[in-house]
Design a protein around this ligand. Structure first.
Ligand code: NIG
Ligand code: FE
Length: 367
């Protein structure tokens, strides 16, 4: 309700409950605006295949990849999925992540996508982190639609989307080589627009296939990945309101160059960083590593990194008036850290900050 100097605290708040930060730094709770944390199974053997020289796309073509996780996720019960997802959410919370976006996309049939949305809905109701739900039914072509990609897209758009609308905040789609193309995007995204569901997109991750153009055309909240974009797409994003969400642990894991953070920032684009936590291309949940890559490998300054995992992440979820900043009217999601610099959040990368206290909506949640 109010932020400022102690000496200027309005009288009416003087009797409010006090939390002594003991000289620690107070930061907004972190926002992870891109995760796929509801899934079952394990893909470490595929990792080994990649280390032996196979590409992510080759593995996907031979029955691995997203479709493999789909098999395990379809088999898992709602309560099994809930249990692992809940644990993963706690892993984020311990690091100070108080808002998490979660995508479906490993069900790929109506009932299984719905099952995953219900798991996300349960997590949302349980809290304490704020959870946002994204339908990513267009994540891969399920085996029963092999060779009938456009048909699958059409069913997702005209049948599933209206039925699942009440469970999801956003719609996402994997527009890429071997996945969905811009013709599919036109079908699904125009339907999302008609139903007034905000759009987020996996764009230009593996190849440049028009995902960024679609994000700008359909006024998406965010275009995510962007590993393959050129100056043309950088200019498009810079002129738009679309948040450019970069996922550095994915680039690292795929052994590709990072997204062009510096050039996007100098163009004036809004840049967010997120974990992309998923079993295929970013199996880590460590937000400090995400931030450290932003700083050390993408040339982002400390304040740009912090903005990218707070307010800019909130923009990518239409939460910029509630999350990611410590301002009157915002939710009191914040972390306290014993440190001489905010950079300690990622300077000590790869470990949970020992002196971090986490608060969601003003309530203490540990450490
Ligand atoms: O964000 N790009 C699409 N989806 C994930 C990969 C999912 C998987 O391999 O299971 C990603 O990189
Ligand atoms: Fe992703």
């Amino acid at each position: 309700v109010w932020v400022g100097k102690r000496s200027e605290l309005p009288r009416k708040y003087k009797s409010a409950k006090k939390i002594n930060a003991k000289g620690r730094m107070v930061l907004p709770g972190l926002v992870d605006s891109h995760t796929h944390l509801v899934f079952a199974g394990d893909r470490s053997r595929e990792f080994e295949m990649r280390l032996a020289g196979q590409s992510y796309q080759d593995i996907a073509k031979s029955g691995g990849g997203i479709v493999r996780t789909m098999g395990a996720t379809r088999k898992a019960s709602e309560s099994e999925l809930l249990e692992t997802a809940r644990e993963r959410l706690q892993v984020f919370l311990k690091q100070g992540v108080t808002t998490v976006e979660i995508k479906t996309g490993y069900g790929l049939d109506f009932e299984s996508e719905k099952k995953c949305l219900k798991v996300i809905d349960r997590l949302r109701r349980e809290g304490p982190p704020t959870v946002m739900a994204t339908l990513l039914a267009a994540h891969a072509i399920p085996p029963e639609f092999q060779g009938r990609k456009h048909e699958y897209t059409k069913i997702v758009a005209t049948d599933w989307l209206p039925k699942l609308k009440k469970y999801c905040d956003f719609v996402d789609m994997f527009i890429d080589d071997g996945y969905f193309d811009i013709a599919d995007a036109e079908v699904l995204l125009s339907q999302a627009q008609k139903l007034k569901i905000p759009i987020k997109l996996h764009a230009d991750e593996l190849k440049l296939t028009g995902g960024t153009d679609m994000a700008c055309k359909f006024k998406a909240l965010s275009a995510d990945h962007l590993l393959q974009i050129t100056q043309r797409e950088i200019d498009l994003l810079s002129r738009s309101e679309v948040t450019a969400t970069l996922l550095p642990t994915t680039a690292f894991f795929l052994k590709t160059t990072h997204g062009p953070a510096r050039r996007l920032l100098s163009g004036g684009a809004r840049v967010a960083l997120a974990s992309d936590f998923n079993p295929g291309t970013s199996p880590t949940q460590d937000i400090s590593v995400v931030a450290a890559f932003g700083a050390l490998q993408m040339g982002m300054r400390t304040e740009e990194v912090i903005a990218a995992i707070t307010l800019n992440g909130a923009y990518a979820l239409v939460l910029e008036k509630q999350k990611g900043a410590l301002l009157p009217g915002y939710d009191a999601d914040f972390i306290m850290m014993e440190s001489e610099s905010v950079a300690r959040l990622f300077y000590e990368f790869g470990q949970v900050h020992r002196h971090l206290s986490v608060f969601c909506r003003g309530k203490f949640h540990g450490t």
